[in-house]
Design a protein around this ligand. Structure first.
Ligand code: IMP
Ligand code: MG
Length: 415
């Protein structure tokens, strides 16, 4: 029977971020009480400005209160205190924070960028809060820690969905800047290829820029790695290879727990995922073909057609549920996600991918790692799992990644 709960779950929960929704709800109160849409007709200039100033103060106060709740949540974890933190009671799905989040200052910064408190008709939105959280995270990394490793998702984060990192991409000088500052960089992408030339094809602009850079030292160039298939194939920068990358054998980088992932289990899990994908493709009449790889299986559209969002989401949820309910799915980590116009199931997930990068560079702490990605919904999104391994920033386009990196640079300088 399809209960109301199931309908709500299937339709909504996986498409909402509870923490962001909760903060949005808190800010909606002063918006309703103070925004005074009629003031726009009755008053001009100074009158409107004082309403905005008042609203700004109220929003800032709320953000300070949330910041303190988060701090209490962090201390609760550090002390191993019994029961749930107050924030955990208010937002049951909230995870752990690796650094303090400076929400009040982040709000003040984003209010200058986005004029949130000047708005009379449009309440603080999901995107406003997502960007405030990103800024708060950057401040947290810079003030209470330091950034030693930045990992980037590929599609939508560094370049448009399905595109390549070409030489004209303005993110390239920002990534080179990170390397020049002796920070490490990992590209942690779902795109899973076993050969370096395939990644060179996708990342050529960046790899060539590194190759020809006279500013970066040899050691700084070694600060770039590519983790493909979420957590399956590792490549390091290699100036002697034509593809500028060299495959790193698994025994040189696997985490201890990953060594227990048996080939048998991997095949079994992919078999289950593949049959679920085929059943979905059939049931939903998807204009798609099934692609089975070493460490992944997916459906992708044939002849460049688009699969609609509902079909993609249905497919992800069906496959996710099917694999999760299987015995092998309970012992082997996997990640089923909606890639925008395809659905893939990968062995492992980005929490393993980011952790492996941290270990590869000598054991970088989660509080000194930032993962930048576009997929942070709780189901059908692959960057979400990185939250278990590092601090994160949720961007919505490659342009936002560039802004974020410039904001980080400003924060470092004004420390
Ligand atoms: P990401 O955004 O960089 O994580 O890349 C995700 C996209 O990579 C997917 O939407 C697929 O189009 C593509 N892709 C290619 N090979 C694989 C694979 O083996 N697993 C998952 N995604 C893949
Ligand atoms: Mg992406």
């Amino acid at each position: 029977m399809t209960t109301r709960y199931r309908v709500e779950y299937a339709l909504k929960t996986h498409r909402r971020d509870q923490l962001i929704e909760w903060i949005k709800g808190l800010l909606a109160v002063p918006f309703v009480l103070h925004s005074q849409p009629t003031a726009i007709y009755q008053e001009h200039g100074e009158g409107l400005k004082s309403v905005a100033a008042d609203t700004h103060l109220r929003y800032a106060e709320i953000m300070r209160d949330v910041e303190n709740l988060m701090l209490d949540h962090i201390h609760h974890h550090e002390r191993n205190a019994p029961g749930k933190s107050k924030l955990n009671l208010l937002v049951p799905t909230v995870g752990t924070f690796f650094t303090q989040l400076y929400l009040e200052d982040a709000f003040k910064y984003q209010d200058q960028q986005r004029f949130i408190s000047r708005r009379r008709f449009v309440a603080p939105s999901f995107n406003d809060i997502r960007l405030i959280l990103n800024s708060a995270q950057l401040l947290g990394l810079v003030r209470s820690s330091e950034v030693q490793l930045v990992t980037f998702d590929g599609d939508v984060t560094l370049y448009d969905d399905g595109a390549c990192l070409t030489a004209d991409n303005i993110v390239i000088p920002r990534i080179l800047r990170l390397l020049q500052q002796d920070r490490k960089v990992g590209i942690v992408t779902a795109a899973g290829y076993t050969e370096a030339p395939k990644y060179y094809e996708r990342l050529q602009g960046l790899l060539d820029a590194m190759h020809y850079s006279t500013v970066l030292t040899t050691a700084q160039k070694q600060g770039l790695i590519v983790m493909g298939g979420e957590s399956n194939f590792l490549f390091r920068y290699d100036p002697t290879s034509e593809a500028r990358l060299a495959y790193v054998p698994r025994d040189e980088w696997l985490l201890e727990e990953m060594r227990a992932w048996s080939d048998n289990d991997i095949t079994q899990l992919l078999d289950i995922a593949e049959s679920a994908l085929r059943a979905c493709a059939d049931n939903l009449s998807l204009p798609a073909a099934v692609l089975r790889k070493d460490r992944a299986v997916g459906v992708y559209p044939v002849n460049g057609v688009r699969i609609n969002r509902e079909q993609l989401e249905e497919t992800v949820l069906v496959v996710q549920n099917t694999v999760q309910r299987s015995t092998v799915g309970s012992r082997l980590p996997f990640c089923a996600f909606n890639g925008g116009n395809d659905v893939f199931v990968d062995i492992g997930d980005k929490s393993w991918g980011v952790r492996a990068c941290q270990q590869y560079f000598g054991g970088i702490d989660p509080s000194k790692t930032l993962h930048v990605g576009d997929q942070f919904l709780s189901a059908g999104a692959n960057d979400f799992k990185a939250r278990l391994a590092s601090t994160t920033a949720w961007i919505a386009s490659p342009a936002e990644t560039v802004e974020l990196l410039d904001e980080l640079e400003k924060a470092v300088h004004s420390k």
